[in-house]
Design a protein around this ligand. Structure first.
Ligand code: BDR
Ligand code: CA
Length: 308
């Protein structure tokens, strides 16, 4: 497996944190462009800086849009990730600094300077939507786009039943991106639930790992307690699964290529990802929907990223 070069748009966030650790363990990271989502932009930028300190890499960080494109979000994910987005551990002020360049400008510049980057979107798609509106040539310059988002049969995880958080936070942005990119990999919430780790194996990695494992064990406590309360089994790692697919596309063992659109209006369905499973509209498939991955390969990548 050759080392891919990644540009990561993210709203860290606990599972974003694990994905960022994986990226630095297995790939070259050209930058982190930061979205608002799980928590406000001030926190997500600071969390990215904390993570860059932890991995000790010179990864540039670019702050992006503080709000969705059109409507203010109905919910954040403080109840999952903690008020600061990283489990309210109380980390010291990070040393890494964010660049003065806006995330949207950085996406355009870096993809021009480094054609063939893989874009990995782990948060609401606000920054990517603005970037592709500013420069419609963006999709042609990147090797792949991998998106963590959506719920392809309507089993979402937000107050709008069929909507997944990243898409539901900024449906207009997701609509722009889904229309503008002719081909992307979609790692939805439902495939994430099918690829949870057992608590036993994950705790084993945390116990055997290095300072990255100790960091993750701390930041994960809030999200873990939330998942338990919700009756969710095992360790669910949404952004980590998308990152694994970005790093190693060969780990996908089953996928479905379909046209996927985003609902922007529905009273009960705003933010839903609507999949044309039976090709009723005859539109070209834009999404390769990841259905199954090699769980052992996924686990090995996470384990190594924790230093275990
Ligand atoms: C997605 O929403 C966020 O809370 C997670 O970081 C992940 O990107 C899962 O729905
Ligand atoms: Ca995220």
């Amino acid at each position: 497996m050759s080392k891919p070069s990644l540009l990561i748009d993210t709203d860290p966030g606990v599972d974003d944190a694990l994905a960022i650790l994986m990226a630095h363990a297995h790939a070259d990271v050209s930058g982190l462009t930061i979205a608002a989502g799980n928590v406000g932009l001030g926190h997500t930028v600071r969390n990215a800086r904390t993570l860059v300190d932890l991995v000790g890499a010179p990864t540039p960080i670019f702050a992006g849009c503080p709000t969705p494109l059109v409507r203010m979000p109905e919910e954040d994910a403080v109840h999952v990730h903690g008020a600061d987005g990283l489990g309210d551990v109380g980390f010291a002020e990070p040393k890494a600094v964010a660049s003065a360049e806006h995330a949207v400008q950085a996406i355009l510049r870096l993809t021009r300077e480094q054609p063939g980057l893989t874009l990995v979107a782990l948060g609401p798609l606000t920054n990517l939507a603005l970037a592709v509106r500013l420069d419609p040539g963006l999709p042609q310059r990147v090797k792949r786009l991998v998106i963590m988002g959506g719920a392809v049969t309507g089993l979402g995880n937000t107050g709008k039943i069929p909507a997944e958080f990243n898409i539901g936070f900024d449906p207009e942005a997701a609509h722009v991106v889904f229309e503008a990119f002719p081909a992307f990999d979609l790692v939805d919430w439902e495939v994430v639930l099918r690829h949870a780790f057992t608590d036993e194996e994950f705790d084993g990695w945390l116990a055997a790992g290095d300072e990255r494992a100790r960091f993750f064990e701390q930041v994960f406590r809030t999200a873990r307690a939330f998942n338990l309360k919700r009756g969710r089994r095992g360790v669910i790692a949404a952004d980590a699964l998308a990152m694994a697919v970005a790093i190693d596309p060969g780990m996908v063992t089953r996928s479905e290529s379909r046209h996927v659109a985003v609902e922007m209006d529905g009273r009960l369905t705003r933010g839903a990802t609507v999949v044309d499973w039976t090709d009723r509209l005859g539109q070209p498939a834009n999404a390769r929907i990841v259905m199954e991955v090699d769980q052992a390969r996924f686990g090995a990548m996470v384990r190594r990223a924790l230093g275990a």
